[in-house]
Design a protein around this ligand. Structure first.
Ligand code: PLP
Length: 374
């Protein structure tokens, strides 16, 4: 006789939801990139731009290799302290801060702050009396793939007056910085700002102010799908500009992308393939809102190298789009992949270590990618 329990359907085991894309970060590539940067910029101290990739393994790899850190928030200061980074190895280069950000960073021991307005100089004087300030110069920035939109910076005359005002408010006029725009493709972009820095130093000398530091910022390119100028070429322009400065100073740089982009590879999954009037589409569990935001930020000008693991000689042109319903989620167009690409295949997206996982959201419910060190 059948037991009554047998006719009650046992619930089917819940299908596990696939954990989604993974960003693999190769520690040895990060160390090699820092070494390469030091070779190209001898005598210049690197302060890694923390925002680029904040995975603890990335931060500790760079810390153990002797890098300093550029921060934009006290939350980044806290994160770095958990990794063992000393606040005196940090530069706070975000030139406009909520005043408690400055206060808390100073309490922690950060003593160098960038400024680009008199208001900010005054806030620093109030919240972090006696600390060092460095003026952020505006740059043209139009030579870079991800320009900074003229958001920050003063001209040379403005930098001079900010640093004079800093002294009047009891701060130390410490230096000058600039940022040529991210993924710069033109080493000459360093030339003009360094000439302006020389002029600023001359002007300040006349009023008895001697700077200690020049910070050539970030923007150094990483290799994506197309070749980029060698870092040595940027290094040569920097060295020439530094040689023209009226007196010796410490020189810093704030590379972000150049240190971590090439160390990262996304592994993602094809969740479906469809032929539409607009062409062949491969839908993936990786998309703009889950790691590839810079596709939008660069207006489609940043092209990640993409490979499938099927490896068929016969190729087909695909548009690649993410898992959400958002029409902006398409992250690559006209990519040649194996013609028989299908559900479940893996795609590898390389040069993905910078400005990817840090931008990822939970949009449409999909989890941000996991980041693992290898
Ligand atoms: C983001 C940022 C950097 C790093 O820029 P990359 O283009 O990644 O090298 C450096 N300095 C400041 C102030 C930044 O905001």
């Amino acid at each position: 006789m059948r037991q009554s329990s047998a006719i009650v359907a046992t619930p089917a085991p819940t299908r596990a939801v696939h954990p989604g894309p993974v960003l693999e970060m190769r520690a040895s590539r990060i160390v090699a990139a820092l070494d390469g940067f030091r070779t190209a910029f001898p005598g210049i101290r690197a302060f890694y731009a923390t925002k680029c990739n904040t995975h603890p393994g990335v931060l500790s790899t760079l810390h153990n290799a002797g890098s300093g850190f550029e921060v934009a928030s006290v939350q980044e200061v806290d994160l770095l302290r958990e990794t063992g980074v000393q606040p005196h190895d940090m530069l706070f280069s975000n030139p406009v801060r909520a005043r408690e950000q400055t206060a808390r960073a100073a309490e922690a021991g950060v003593y160098r702050f960038s400024v680009d307005s008199y208001e900010e100089v005054r806030r620093v004087a109030e919240e972090a009396p006696g600390s060092c300030v460095y003026a952020r110069l505006i740059t043209a920035g139009d030579d870079s793939v991800v320009p900074s939109e003229g958001k920050f910076g003063v001209d040379a005359a403005g930098a001079v007056s900010l640093l004079v005002q800093a002294r009047e408010l009891g701060l130390t006029p410490y230096g000058v910085t600039f940022h040529m725009g991210s993924q710069s493709l033109h080493p000459a972009a360093l030339d003009r700002p360094l000439r302006e820095v020389a002029a600023i130093m001359e002007r300040l000398s006349q009023v008895g102010i001697k700077l200690q530091m020049v910070d050539i910022g970030g923007g150094f390119p990483a290799r994506y799908d197309e070749p980029v100028p060698a870092l040595e070429l940027f290094g040569r322009v920097a060295a020439a500009g530094i040689a023209r400065l009226p007196y010796p100073v410490e020189v810093f740089a704030e590379p972000g992308r150049a240190l971590v982009a090439e160390a990262g590879t996304f592994r993602c999954r094809v969740i479906g393939v469809a032929e539409r009037p607009s062409g062949w589409w491969a839908h993936t569990d990786l998309g703009v809102f889950h790691g590839l935001m810079e596709v939008l930020e660069s207006g489609g000008n940043l092209h990640y190298p993409i490979h499938d693991t099927r490896g068929l000689r016969l190729r087909r042109c695909f548009h690649l789009t993410g898992p959400t319903c958002d029409s902006q989620d398409t992250w690559a167009r006209n990519v040649l992949l194996s013609a028989d690409l299908r559900e479940g295949d893996e795609l590898l997206v390389s040069s993905a270590g910078a400005y990817t996982s840090v931008y990822a959201s939970r949009f449409n419910g999909f989890a941000p990618p996991r980041v693992v060190m290898i």
